[in-house]
Write a protein that binds this ligand. Structure first.
Ligand code: AP5
Ligand code: MG
Length: 199
């Protein structure tokens, strides 16, 4: 099963991805984390990525698509399927993704859309910025990230609605309860059931 987790900055993509990989044995691909790791290691890609991330802008599509192509080649990604966290973020990326999966004989099965109001997103990111020092969690960059989300990423919601792959989930509330809704939506859309509840 290949899933994308979709939503605005701060909507809980990373938080819910951790639960998805645990529950379904999927491989987590967070393009944001991958780029931040390159920045930390000071690689050439990291230097390029930093110029965009620090301003809240997206990395150019062709570069991002090439990176994803490489990651999908890894053995772990090929095994049970993936959770894409932060990709696709533009229509061009969505179209490229279709081709990347097609040439591997698979497809994107579902897109989980975490829906969270803007005030809550800002509060979460400001708080995380204070707690962890994540460089793009400052008010100016947050505003740009939200603008970029609305103009470049939000159109994907309609794109996947039309493809009948979009599963809207209320992203406000207790993390485990949000995950229950995700699991129920996935079962309905794909027939894949979660493991027996531990709680
Ligand atoms: P990326 O790393 O993807 O960041 P983002 O989309 O801005 O999202 P975040 O990671 O900030 O939030 P999240 O949705 O993962 O939420 P989280 O679980 O952390 O991208 C960063 C940058 O990289 C981009 O701006 C771009 O420059 C570049 N980039 C990445 N992918 C790209 C691509 N495909 N193309 C081009 N450029 C790309 O939760 C947020 C906070 O809220 C946490 O502190 C968490 O603990 C808390 N929280 C989570 N759930 C709840 C809840 N239910 N209640 C209360 N608090 C909660
Ligand atoms: Mg994240």
């Amino acid at each position: 099963m290949n899933i994308a987790i979709f939503g605005a900055p701060g909507s809980g993509k990373g938080t819910q991805s951790a639960k998805l990989i645990d529950e379904y044995g999927l491989y987590h691909i967070s393009t944001g984390e991958l780029l931040r790791d390159h920045i930390k290691r000071g690689t050439e890609l990291g230097r390029t990525a930093d110029e965009f991330i620090s301003k809240g802008q997206l990395i150019p599509d062709d570069l991002m698509i090439r990176i994803l192509d490489d990651v999908l080649d890894s053995e772990a990604a090929a095994k049970n399927g993936v959770v894409l966290d932060g990709f696709p973020r533009t229509i061009a990326q969505a179209e490229a993704l279709e081709e990347l999966f097609r040439k591997r004989g698979t497809e994107l099965h579902a897109v989980i859309g975490l829906e969270v109001p803007e005030e809550e997103l800002v509060d979460r990111m400001i708080k995380r910025g204070q707690e962890t020092g994540r460089a793009d969690d400052n008010i100016d960059t947050i505003k740009t990230r939200l603008d970029v989300y609305h103009s470049q990423t939000m159109p994907l919601r309609d794109y996947y609605l039309k493809e009948n792959k979009y599963i809207p989930v209320n992203g406000i509330g207790i993390v485990d309860e949000i995950f229950d809704d995700i699991a129920a939506g996935l079962e309905q859309a794909t027939g894949v059931r979660r493991r027996a509840k531990k709680r």
